[in-house]
Ligand binder design. Sequence first.
Ligand SMILES: *[C@@H]1O[C@H](CO)[C@@H](O)[C@H](O)[C@H]1NC(C)=O
Ligand SMILES: *[C@@H]1O[C@H](CO)[C@@H](O)[C@H](O)[C@H]1NC(C)=O
Ligand SMILES: *[C@@H]1O[C@H](CO)[C@@H](O)[C@H](O)[C@H]1NC(C)=O
Ligand SMILES: *[C@@H]1O[C@H](CO)[C@@H](O)[C@H](O)[C@H]1NC(C)=O
Ligand SMILES: *[C@@H]1O[C@H](CO)[C@@H](O)[C@H](O)[C@H]1NC(C)=O
Length: 330
Amino acid sequence: MVSLRISFAVVAFALTSQVSAHACIWHPSMWGFNLSAQAWPNGKPIDRPQDPIYNRTFDGWWFHGHLGYPPHPDDILQLTPGEPTVFELACDKGNTNYWQSNPGGDSRDPQNLDLNWPCVNNPPAQFHTVNESTLGGCALSIAYKSDINEVQPEDLTIFSVQEICVWTRFTPFEIPAEMPPCPNGKCICAWHWIHQAISGSEQMYMVGFQCNPQNATGTRPLARPRVPNRCGHDPLNPELNLTACVPGAKQPLFWLQAERNNMFNEYHDPPLYQPWYGFETGAQTDIFESDPISTPTGAPTGTPSPSQYHHTSDGSCGAPHTYAPYPSSI
Ligand SMILES: *[C@@H]1O[C@H](CO)[C@@H](O)[C@H](O)[C@H]1NC(C)=O
Ligand SMILES: *[C@@H]1O[C@H](CO)[C@@H](O)[C@H](O)[C@H]1NC(C)=O
Ligand SMILES: *[C@@H]1O[C@H](CO)[C@@H](O)[C@H](O)[C@H]1NC(C)=O
Ligand SMILES: *[C@@H]1O[C@H](CO)[C@@H](O)[C@H](O)[C@H]1NC(C)=O
Ligand SMILES: *[C@@H]1O[C@H](CO)[C@@H](O)[C@H](O)[C@H]1NC(C)=O
């Protein structure tokens, strides 16, 4: 009897997880916003924005392969420089305040419509974590171009990081106060997430959206972003390969795809939007042209053992690398 109950529970859980596993941001400004039905009329599953991205060709992973599903031109997310923007992150659009355009309707908890859990009636494994200590972190990037077809991976700069992600439905991202205005009042932004290896298969997530820092007064353009690196102790993947953090403007982490990765970590060693990749939570304030390229901010807290650090040729430990300046235009 007991084992029968358990097997029922397992089956029910498996069915639920097929519907609601994984997570992403939800906002009308995003590519693929209205692609949340469970299947096309011909029964082929829809590649929903919350679906994981793994081993895809460039066209398949870039902005989730959703360039053919643009938002309405006027649906632009206005970011306020110096203040947080709160996104709704959820396993399904029906779990958000945008449920009206969800084919399955409202699946929020009727007892608590503003429940801050991203996956109603589901355990954290559904959004790839064991608990709050095993989160991967997520981030927002921006390209100062209005036409998404002109954006390349090397154009995107991470401007806000949230290491407590995915964990809450209402998730704040701090916007740097110094953001300059966008051309034609519109830029291309993206949300990025990679979870820890401890919960589920390895993959990445990417969703594009139209954005604009409203009333922006910044005058310095963004610096050209560099590829981030692992530069500190990863508590869950203690294999060591440490170099000093890449400072300043950084590209998103592109990993585990068939083409155009910029991260080449092993399958069970995901690169993450965490301090040990140089990403501190909050507004990234050192991403503008002529910001001094100074001390790395991503070093682990406490005094690490020198042996954990990359030894430079002069024998010093953990010295920041020096980088040739990029050309000043982006
Ligand atoms: C990646 O995709 C290619 C092409 O579909 C396939 O041949 C290959 O086996 C896949 N690799 C992995 C590791 O899944
Ligand atoms: C998607 O649906 C929402 C809600 O109906 C609507 O506001 C939005 O304009 C739609 N987007 C597109 C591109 O049709
Ligand atoms: C979270 O899960 C990890 C992995 O199972 C475990 O080591 C850690 O103790 C847990 N933390 C809390 C606060 O429960
Ligand atoms: C900021 O911009 C918005 C939209 O363009 C406008 O409605 C608002 O009045 C502006 N706020 C300030 C303080 O200028
Ligand atoms: C360590 O990381 C650096 C930078 O990502 C990489 O170039 C190098 O190949 C790695 N070394 C090993 C032994 O994996």
